[in-house]
Write a protein that binds this ligand. Structure first.
Ligand code: CP
Ligand code: NVA
Length: 314
């Protein structure tokens, strides 16, 4: 068999693979394109380019923001449901990656196993973007830190307290915070800590950027936080554990009392959405003036457009 064509461009698999300069350049480009578009300018950076978008799980934000992002850049995004592909009937990820590479200029995928994203990246000749795996959600992390930057005017030296499940979103906030000099404190119930490897790796990166990554089971960990962030208690694929998790996570609900525990009056509330109102966050907090959840959702579009341009434009 002929060898797979060599890839000349990189992928976005996790934020730990990216340099600080690269992330900052994506923020600069995202803000530039965002401002220009709001001023009425149209963009053609990806004219004639096509992105395959594989979804093994449901999505609102990721699907729409990638599809609109491609369109706004003059290109096209093609939705592919994992179940309707031969992938769902046993065609390997490697073969899927090789075949799609003959048709499209980039692949975005939302998968269960992170190893599927790694395999796509390994075998595709075109750039691969992780649209969420069980291990990480880098596009979310980028949009989130872009949102903090817009609201706080800086990132370095700030503290983000992530409260809840040490999941894929927590991992990306740890990886991203470490690169950007943001202190990240994960406040999680015993047994639901983030992956030890993620903690070790992000702590290493954080040290280089004079930040710290911490994990605690104590709610007092939110003291001094500039941002309180939470996510669902049961992620996609964990539906069977939902009831048990609600019981365990209840003390970690982000409510007005927990927001007050930061001791700061200007703490932002963040959530990647979708929110399970009344579980991980109360209506009062998610609908408050401190909440920037819809700015985060909007910034998925702008941050991803910067990534798409940097990975796919000629
Ligand atoms: N935050 C996020 O990824 O949302 P979707 O599941 O709707 O894509
Ligand atoms: N942790 C959540 C994020 C959804 C955007 C999940 O994986 O379901």
């Amino acid at each position: 068999m002929k060898k797979t064509r060599k890839k000349t461009r990189k992928d976005l698999v996790t934020l730990s693979d990216c340099s600080t300069a690269e992330i900052q350049s994506w923020f600069d480009l995202a803000l530039k394109i965002k401002g220009e578009r709001k001023a009425g300018k149209t963009h053609r950076h990806l004219a004639g380019k096509n992105l395959a978008m594989i979804f093994q799980k449901p999505s609102t934000r990721t699907r729409v923001s990638f599809e609109m992002g491609m369109r706004q850049l003059g290109g096209h995004g093609m939705y592919l449901s994992g179940n309707d592909m031969q992938l769902g009937r046993g065609e390997t990820i490697a073969d899927t990656a090789r075949v799609l590479s003959r048709y499209v200029d980039g692949i975005m995928a939302r998968v269960f196993a992170h190893s599927d994203i790694e395999a796509l990246a390994k075998y595709a000749a075109v750039p691969v973007i992780n649209g969420l795996s069980d291990y990480s959600h880098p596009c979310q992390g980028l949009a989130d830190y872009l949102t903090v930057l817009e609201h706080k005017g800086k990132l370095k030296g700030l503290t983000l307290a992530y409260v809840g499940d040490g999941n894929n979103v927590a991992h990306s906030l740890m990886f991203g915070g470490a690169k950007l000099g943001v202190n990240v404190v994960c406040v999680v119930p015993k047994g639901y800590e983030p992956d030890a490897k993620v903690l070790a790796q992000s702590s290493d990166d954080a040290r280089k950027n004079r930040a710290r990554i911490e994990v605690t089971n104590e709610l007092s960990g939110v003291l001094g936080a500039d941002v309180i962030y939470t996510d669902v208690w049961a992620s996609m694929g964990q539906e069977k554990e939902h009831e048990e998790r609600v019981r365990i996570f209840k003390p970690y609900q982000v409510n007005a009392a927990l927001m007050a525990m930061t001791g700061k009056s200007d703490t932002l509330f963040m959530h990647c959405l979708p929110a399970h109102r009344g579980e991980e966050v109360t209506d009062e907090v998610v609908d408050s003036a401190d909440s920037v959840v819809f700015d985060q959702a909007e910034n998925r579009l702008h941050a991803q457009k910067a990534v798409l341009v940097s990975l796919m434009a000629d």
